[in-house]
Design a binder for this molecule. Structure first.
Ligand SMILES: C[S@@+](CC[C@H](N)C(=O)[O-])C[C@H]1O[C@@H](n2cnc3c(N)ncnc32)[C@H](O)[C@@H]1O
Length: 379
């Protein structure tokens, strides 16, 4: 296999040569390597420099880049695994090159996680991580990290696949990115609680074509019960932009939109709890300048957004609201400042460049936007 040397963070490793003239270059080489996931890996390395687990299993490693970086940049002992022998040959060469406390295995991730325990487990499959949740829920002692790239099923574009994989019903709304992340996390929670275990999210986000969540595992029944308490539904009006949150694992009772009288539709079950451990996110922002990351600038921006986001399960798209009431969208910062002046905590969200997270009810946002249009004499 032809390879080239690549540096991510402060780690240099071999990656396969790809055909850069195709739509998806990682698909053209025998071993997978996606440069677009550097941000995702940078985030994990930064987080692990704070968590310092006893060991870290990179269960689906391809070139091994994630595990190699964790070993080299955080000093954590790592186990790097892939079921593909070409990938494992590359990981072995890379492990020799990078050095550190690295063991390499060639196994099916599910088989490997049966009857063995690892302090932190990372699932980074092609597409859905759902088939690995059960084994990982038993094998992860303290931390579970998951990437899902099957955004179409998680966001409601491939409805049946989403329902099958995650046992939840998504819906293609303007806040589908948040639904996708919370649906994946809801499925993680569901698998953990059956073993009387629970989870507490540390760092979770949606980006481009993937979702990523890092959670701390709670090893007590009380933790499992607390986790169950964070499962619920978003009740979305099919006719207007009204939505409400309802906790509970059972399908909510008949619920009517207070604005237009239509029967709302349940989206979920979803993880309705917080997405971040804000103390850890704040310390990640502080230590970021001391690290050598290719995506540091984007990381700083996203981490600051995550820190400010309130624990509400949806966001509004102010362009969609403006279009709905047939007026022009105002400048975003002016609108955010205006709603904050009215006493409603309002911030941008990492989920969408036109999204706001706010404690303001929909009619208040609509009124503010309409008043801004009137003030400027806009039609
Ligand atoms: C998306 S790639 C991993 C990318 C890698 N973590 C990175 O950051 O570059 C998925 C990898 O999982 C491996 N894989 C798929 N199913 C697996 C399984 N059941 N057990 C172990 N490895 C598996 C594939 O061979 C492939 O190398």
């Amino acid at each position: 296999m032809e390879y080239r040397m690549v540096t991510e963070g402060s780690t240099t490793f071999a990656a396969p040569v790809q055909d850069e003239n195709t739509q998806f270059p990682p698909g053209t080489a025998p071993v997978f390597y996606n440069t677009k996931m550097e941000f995702n890996r940078d985030m994990t390395v930064l987080l692990l420099s704070h968590l310092k687990p006893a060991e870290y299993l990179d269960s689906m490693a391809a070139t091994g880049v994630r595990g190699l970086r964790v070993a080299h940049e955080t000093g954590t002992p790592v186990i790097i695994n892939d079921r593909d022998s070409a990938a494992v040959a590359m990981i072995e060469e890379n492990a020799k090159l990078v050095g550190g406390d690295i063991s390499v295995t060639c196994d099916d991730a599910n088989r490997m996680m049966c009857g063995k325990y690892f302090d932190a487990i990372d699932l980074d499959p092609f597409g859905t991580p759902a088939p690995f949740f059960d084994a990982a829920s038993r094998a992860a002692r303290h931390y579970l990290f998951v990437t899902a790239t099957d955004t179409a099923p998680l966001c409601g574009a491939h409805l049946k696949a989403g329902i099958r994989r995650y046992f939840a019903t998504p819906k293609n709304t303007e806040y589908h990115a948040e639904v996708g992340l919370r649906m994946m996390m809801g499925a993680m929670a569901k698998e953990l609680v059956k073993y009387d275990r629970g989870m507490e999210p540390i760092l979770s986000f949606a980006r481009n074509h993937y979702f990523r969540s890092h959670v701390r595992i709670l090893n007590r029944v009380t933790g499992a019960d607390a986790t169950m308490g964070q499962i619920g539904f978003v009740m979305q009006c099919p006719k207007c932009l009204y939505r409400a949150e309802q906790k509970g694992s059972l399908l909510p009772k008949f619920h009517v939109c207070p604005y237009c009288g239509a029967e709302t539709e349940p989206i979920g079950p979803l993880w309705m709890g917080s997405l971040q451990d804000k103390e850890i996110v704040a310390s990640m922002i502080e230590t970021l300048p001391t690290m050598q990351f290719g995506t540091a600038k984007q990381m700083d921006k996203v981490l600051r957004l995550l820190l400010a986001e309130p624990d509400v399960c949806t966001f509004y798209d102010y362009h969609v609201i403006s279009r709905n009431i047939r007026v022009s969208p105002p400048p975003m910062d002016e609108m955010i400042a205006g709603l904050n002046e009215l006493g409603y905590y309002t911030v941008r969200t990492h989920f969408s460049v036109t999204g706001i997270k706010t404690s303001a009810p929909l009619p208040v946002i609509e009124e503010w936007i309409a008043a801004w249009n009137e003030k400027l004499g806009l039609p």
